[in-house]
Write a protein that binds this ligand. Structure first.
Ligand SMILES: [Zn+2]
Length: 162
């Protein structure tokens, strides 16, 4: 049996001292691939190196709404460039999405829809973050339909919403 952890922020500094042993332990238990989402432009760049170090790690590139303060206007264009250049290294676009606990929903919506466009352009699936935002995400999907599926991380809506 082979399992893939589809959402795993193994690059976070909390794992600096345990990353190697954690991966070894997971592989021994049958979880032998990990998808590490992108959260900022700078961090997405660093994931290329992480992937080279750990062959079991698959990576995505994205601008996470939780780190909205760090995303400058120019970052979306830079993300398009980065993801297009490194398309063969990526398994998804994201983590992107909408979070009602973070201010500035209009900036979040813009960045989210741009990342849906990017995933469509590159034929990659999406990793979507939500928090009290199923309705807003459904609206964004109507305006800008993702063509390659993906994962809504920690989905907590109803079957109907799904
Ligand atoms: Zn996440």
């Amino acid at each position: 049996m082979q399992f893939i952890d589809s959402h795993c922020h193994l690059d976070f500094s909390e794992f600096d001292s345990s990353r190697e042993s954690l991966i070894t332990e997971c592989v021994a238990k049958g979880v032998n691939q990990f998808v590490v989402p992108g959260i900022t432009l700078a961090q997405s760049h660093t994931l290329i190196e992480l992937k080279a170090t750990y062959p079991s790690i698959k990576i995505a590139a994205g601008l996470h709404p939780y780190f909205l303060d760090q995303h400058k206007e120019s970052h979306i264009e830079a993300l398009f460039e980065f993801a297009t250049t490194n398309k063969h290294q990526l398994v998804a676009i994201g983590e992107c999405g909408l979070d009602r606990s973070i201010e500035n929903l209009s900036k979040q919506t813009y960045l989210f829809e741009q990342q849906i466009k990017l995933s469509n352009e590159l034929s990659l699936p999406l990793i979507v973050h939500h928090r009290q935002s199923h309705d807003l995400i459904a609206q964004a999907f109507k305006r800008c339909k993702p063509k390659n599926g993906g994962v809504i991380h920690a989905f907590s809506g109803s079957i109907q919403q799904a």
